[in-house]
Design a protein. Structure first.
Length: 330
């Protein structure tokens, strides 16, 4: 497998694929510029949530150097335990060869967002036709460059193979399931049957220890995040990666109740408003649009609901927001 230099997207880590709070950036044009002064809602590191994540991935022993049959027909749930269609929801099957890391080290680095490009010695992918849910190992290619993959799929103490099923076609982004492959001369197995992802990810978020930024009930609501330096996992963050803002309203739920269902926030939100960004360090919430109706955000009503704000990166490896906080209207 060839060196995959093109696969890295902005965050430096190849695979922080912790499928956590996946606020998806909505459609819409670029927001109007906000004046150069500081906003009236300031968000800093003290306002950001804290997350922890751990992966426990299965490993499938296979014969080395053979054209494996790879199937995902039985994948019915993703890493978030959300329902998944094996036929229609998998857009990319990818195989990574990782150098000089054990499976345990790969799991830890993937969960922490610390697996780096220099540690990936090979990247291959295949885009299913949304009809079949099986493929041959030989159908993988390096960005459509044909490679004799079976001959390079060999047993080596210095290599770890990670198979990913992903939504979307951006390399390293949108993983829904994953499994280690272990080529070994002790095995005659030539079939890989990927199991569902539910139960492989242990993810938690602390929404209670952060400082809740105050927001006025009446506008303007110019949110300013110039002071952010780290994401929820403690990784250094560049503000230019931020390309989306989402406001969420949760009626009848406390912050603690939302925290308990952190993997389901999009499902349990009463309303969501999205605002596309392009590396700005502040934005006017009045330009955010309701995800369902397209109506502009009109204020924090009712004020006694739980209100959440997330800053997201659609091209980053992790779908978890870089910044997520609970707002305090009043």
């Amino acid at each position: 497998m060839n060196q995959p230099e093109p696969i890295i997207v902005p965050r430096g880590a190849v695979l922080s694929i912790v499928c956590a709070v996946a606020f998806v950036v909505g459609c819409g044009g670029s927001p109007a510029a906000v004046e150069s002064t500081r906003g009236n809602v300031i968000i800093g590191d003290q306002n950001n949530y804290l997350t922890t994540a751990a992966l426990s991935l299965p490993s499938i022993d296979t014969a080395p150097g053979v054209d494996l049959d790879i199937c995902w027909s039985h994948v019915t749930d993703d890493l978030q335990c959300h329902p998944l269609s094996a036929q229609s929801d998998i857009d990319t099957v990818a195989l990574l060869r990782i150098s000089h890391l054990t499976k345990g080290q790969v799991q830890d680095k993937v969960a922490a967002g610390q697996l780096m490009q220099s540690q990936v010695a090979g990247y291959l992918e295949y885009h299913p036709d949304h009809l079949a849910t099986c493929m041959k190992l030989s159908q993988l290619s390096f960005f459509e460059t044909v490679i004799d993959v079976p001959s390079k799929y060999i047993e080596s103490p210095g290599w770890t193979y990670l198979l990913l099923l992903a939504k979307g076609t951006t390399p390293g982004v949108g993983a829904r399931d994953m499994v280690f492959l272990n080529p070994t001369a002790a095995s005659t197995n030539t079939a890989v049957d990927v199991a569902s992802g539910c139960g492989l990810l242990d993810f938690s978020a602390d929404l209670l220890s952060l400082q809740n930024p105050a927001v006025p009930l009446a506008g303007p609501w110019v949110v300013d995040w110039k002071d952010i330096t780290h994401d929820g996992q403690g990784n250094p963050v560049s503000l230019r990666w931020i390309d989306g803002l989402t406001v969420g309203r949760f009626d009848g739920m406390t912050a603690q109740a939302v925290q308990a269902r952190i993997l389901d926030v999009e499902l349990i939100a009463t309303s969501l408003w999205d605002l596309p960004l392009n590396g700005e360090d502040k934005a006017d919430l009045a330009q955010a649009r309701d995800r369902k109706t397209g109506a502009a955000f009109s204020g924090f009503h009712p004020a006694d609901s739980t209100w959440m704000l997330a800053l997201t990166c659609s091209t980053c490896q992790s779908p978890a927001p870089l910044v997520l906080t609970i707002l305090r209207p009043g």
